[in-house]
Design a protein around this ligand. Structure first.
Ligand SMILES: NC(=O)C1=CN([C@@H]2O[C@H](COP(=O)(O)OP(=O)(O)OC[C@H]3O[C@@H](n4cnc5c(N)ncnc54)[C@H](OP(=O)(O)O)[C@@H]3O)[C@@H](O)[C@H]2O)C=CC1
Ligand SMILES: CC(=O)N[C@@H](CCC(=O)OP(=O)(O)O)C(=O)O
Length: 338
């Protein structure tokens, strides 16, 4: 059994990692770290986790606690893992980091979009960007993976094959994406309180959301990205528009997606517009696309569970590849519907 440690085990992503690892045949959650909830039993912090794991106490992180650990999952607030990454990698453990610290390859981009200098720019090259459908071979041989952000995962899966196939003008991408409220993390905030969100639908982060940089890096394109907060707990739906590079049949973008994802275990191409509820609780992504001859635009859609393919599921998918396990180990659950 591969022994993993979870940094941020008391958060939403940590809880989802624990739920998925409980059924994983090859990776166990051996050490669990938190911050303000250190000292509490896991069954109290995450009442949905039962069994023996529920009795484990959340610890405060120390490097010594990584003794005998093969794999570290980091699900920490942005800026935290860059303080620890070098020391973690020096233990020989593999690291899958979900924060944004190591997703951008260029330290100047990081400073621009995150508003501060990177504390460990010399490590940026050691991290492979963690979307297996894009970088499977590199992930297989990596010691460190920076799992992709939630909005970028939905967007990149919907658009990348269309760019690669030369169907869209890469300087014309517009992405409107909506997220469930769990995407904002577990801490109590006025902007994500029930009375703020219930019965409402709002855009935020206009023109400057940090995920824009990640999308642009992965797509090699210019993106106008507008995130929205939707009154639901889980799910992301990215609706993407691009100027068509040429005339094509209405279904040609859909065929490009089918060709790109024919052998992918987690990406499904759908004729019908995808819904977030199709992937709730799973590591699935559903994508679709059309060409509109009237406006000469291509429309593409991507739906994921922000905590699944947008976070914990993708982290485990990457870890499976890094350890030569079955890529789908622990991730076979279908979505929960209705
Ligand atoms: N939620 C989502 O859908 C997605 C989240 N992400 C990213 O994953 C990361 C985790 O997200 P999420 O689980 O939602 O966040 P939460 O706020 O729910 O959890 C954060 C976790 O980090 C711990 N923590 C906070 N500050 C520190 C610190 N200074 N040192 C050590 N541990 C600390 C918290 O401990 P404690 O609770 O004990 O204080 C908690 O376990 C973030 O970077 C987020 O942006 C990425 C994709 C999707
Ligand atoms: C709904 C909501 O607030 N979502 C978060 C993004 C989700 C996230 O955790 O960001 P990373 O993927 O970069 O880690 C936000 O817009 O800041």
């Amino acid at each position: 059994m591969i022994r993993s440690a979870i940094l941020g085990a008391s958060g939403y992503v940590g809880g989802e990692l624990l739920r998925l690892l409980a059924r994983h045949p090859g990776i166990e959650a051996a050490r669990l770290f938190g911050d303000s909830k250190a000292g509490q039993r896991l069954g109290v912090v995450h009442p949905h986790i039962g069994g023996p794991t529920g009795a484990i106490e959340v610890e405060r992180f120390s490097l010594e606690a990584l003794d005998g650990i093969d794999l570290v999952f980091a699900a920490l607030p942005h800026g935290e893992s860059q303080k620890w990454a070098e020391a973690i990698l020096a233990t020989g453990a593999k690291l899958v980091d979900l924060g944004a610290d190591f997703r951008l390859h260029d330290q100047q981009d990081y400073a621009t979009w995150y508003g501060e200098a990177h504390a460990a720019p010399h490590l940026l090259d050691r991290f492979v960007y963690g979307i297996p459908e894009l970088h499977r071979d590199a992930i297989c041989s990596a010691q460190a993976v920076a799992a992709a952000g939630c909005y970028p995962t939905a967007t990149i899966l919907a658009l990348k094959p269309l760019i690669d196939a030369g169907l869209v003008e890469s300087n014309s991408l517009i992405v409107d994406a909506a997220s469930g409220v769990s995407g904002a993390g577990r801490a109590v905030k006025e902007g994500t309180a029930f009375n703020t969100v219930d019965g409402s639908f709002a855009a935020y982060g206009l023109l400057n959301h940090r995920h824009t940089a990640e999308m642009e890096q992965a797509l090699g394109a210019t993106v106008l990205f507008t995130p929205h907060l939707a009154p639901m707990t889980r799910g992301i739906l990215a609706t993407c528009y691009a100027t068509a590079a040429r005339e094509m049949t209405a279904d040609e973008p859909l065929e490009a997606l089918r060709a790109a994802y024919a052998d992918e275990p987690f990406v499904r191409v759908s004729d019908a517009p995808p819904a977030t509820k199709w992937v709730t609780g799973s590591n699935g992504a559903v994508v679709s696309a059309r060409y509109d001859a009237r406006t000469k635009r291509v429309l593409a859609l991507g739906a994921i569970d922000n905590l699944g393919k947008g976070a914990a599921g993708q982290m485990i998918q990457c870890a499976n590849l890094m350890f030569g396990l079955d890529e789908a180990a622990g991730l076979s659950a279908e979505g929960v519907f209705p």
